[in-house]
Ligand binder design. Sequence first.
Ligand SMILES: [Zn+2]
Length: 229
Amino acid sequence: MNTIELLGKKALSVAFAHDYYAWAEEQLKYEHNSLALQRLADEWTIQQLSADEIEDFFQQALNDLAKSEPGERQVLFDYAEYLCTQILDNKLMPKAGISLLEDFVSLRDRYPLFSVWSFLCIDIWSPHTEDQIYVNTGLTSENSDAYIRDICRQFITLLHTDLPEDFFTKRLCVECLNRYAPPTAEKYSEEEARPNAAQCPHCQSEQTFSMNDYLGRKHHLEHTAAIAH
Ligand SMILES: [Zn+2]
């Protein structure tokens, strides 16, 4: 286990003693050495340590390696990008990768970009019938591995793109390139005709996309320069 993985797991609260052990072992393999690393790489010792003691040895080992722990945002984005790259390089099976990326969903209020995995997981893990409408346009059970790879490629681009804060709450009309907030059910009484969320309020086109949809984000990235924010 490399440092990006362990720091990412720590930030997601899914790092356990065996992860620290695997990390320390890998460091020793690269001929890094220190007393703290040796303690963590000793399977018997690490089992006797409390979570706080393990963390203390980890901090000491990082210090000995002249490494520092970046801020939470950097750690999480680095780990997410690392997992996507592993999937794209065929070192991680797409569905196994998605199981790990699903851990990021709990932090989507703080980091809205992780909504990408939330809607992909809904599509991938829910039972579907043939004519089921997916959040992600074009995803089927047959093409899911290739689709996951496309989303990973797109996610890496999004990580390095300046997105509007309300990115995931607006729909994009590909006819007039306006972004608009879809009407919510609460705003309209039962008697009132409920406007169709898919219809653009500016040009009435129904060629509009949610940013929860891979295809919507693809359109956004293709037209970024022309989109009115
Ligand atoms: Zn429009």
